[in-house]
Ligand binder design. Structure first.
Ligand code: MF3
Ligand code: CO
Length: 284
């Protein structure tokens, strides 16, 4: 039914990538709506209701809801929560918090998955910097998704960038994944490691790239709700994620409204070769 290469990674046709793009845009637009909705006083469950309505209004299905029993449309992870926080009305957001919002949707059988970390009002400078480092690390990882490079180059670029910016923790037990007709597909994508290992990227492969970066230790634990991952030292954590397709013209960021054009132009222009060919929607 679906073409898989010898490593078991699903290969999409150009037509299937257009469907991945449509699903990705539902997620991208939903996250932009949520970004604008974040303010002191709103609850994570409010954001969850906004997200579910936005996704269903586009004719899509929230992919997290019911996934291994997960009860909500988004994951909302506040401050020292790393990922998989369950949205509730228990604690309204406060000025100075940061909130990581992870969102997934299925459109026409194809998945999109992305996450942003957003400040609530004014936040401490070290949190602004934590978010900047995490997001930039994600883009460095994405920029590695060019034909011929290796799977482990993603984690290598992410870790290399984070380490260059200071003493941060990168949790090792969570990472990205292949994505397509399922949310989680082969392969697992580490956020750390050495370059040049694993399968080479081929056009039609799609990956969710999702670094998590902690202000303190890389150690984490899971709360009694069996979902919420928190830092062991209670220090804050940030998380950014995009779903990305490998194309002959470079990475196509399916969950970014501009296909990744603006951020990748800068990164790929400084790369060793082919940097003048800016990928994006016209790139297929
Ligand atoms: N984006 C998350 C991940 O990649 C998905 C959340 S898991 C769920 O792995 F169970 F909440 F859906
Ligand atoms: Co994901």
């Amino acid at each position: 039914m679906f073409k898989r290469n010898r490593h078991g990674i699903q290969i999409k046709t150009p037509e299937q990538l257009e469907k991945m793009r449509a699903a990705g845009l539902v997620v991208g637009r939903t996250l932009e709506l949520l970004r604008r909705s974040v303010e002191p006083g709103i609850t994570p469950a409010d954001l969850d209701r906004i997200a579910e309505k936005a996704i269903r209004d586009e004719g899509a299905i929230p992919s997290f809801k019911g996934y291994q029993g997960y009860p909500a449309t988004i994951c909302a992870s506040v401050n020292h929560e790393v990922v998989h926080g369950i949205p509730t009305d228990r604690r309204p957001l406060r000025e100075g918090d940061i909130i990581s919002i992870d969102c997934g949707a299925i459109l026409d059988g194809w998945h999109g998955d992305a996450a942003i970390t957003v400040p609530v009002g004014e936040v401490a400078p070290e949190l602004t910097e934590l978010m900047r480092v995490t997001e930039e690390a994600m883009w460095r990882g994405i920029a590695a998704l060019t034909v011929g490079r290796h799977l482990s180059d993603i984690g290598y670029e992410i870790e290399r960038y984070v380490r260059s910016q200071g003493r941060y923790g990168i949790p090792r037990e969570y990472g990205g994944h292949g994505i397509g007709t399922e949310m989680h597909m082969e392969p697992w994508v580490a956020n750390h490691g050495r370059p040049g290992r694993g399968p080479r990227f081929e056009p039609g492969m799609c990956f969710a790239i999702e670094p998590m970066v902690n202000l303190g230790t890389d150690r984490t634990r899971v709360l009694d709700d069996d979902w919420t991952v928190v830092t062991l030292d209670g220090k804050p954590s940030a998380h950014f994620e995009h779903s990305v397709a490998v194309t002959d013209n470079g990475p196509w960021v399916l969950t970014a409204l501009d296909g990744g054009k603006a951020r990748l132009a800068r990164l790929l222009a400084t790369a060793e070769s082919g940097g003048d060919d800016v990928p994006g929607d016209a790139g297929l």
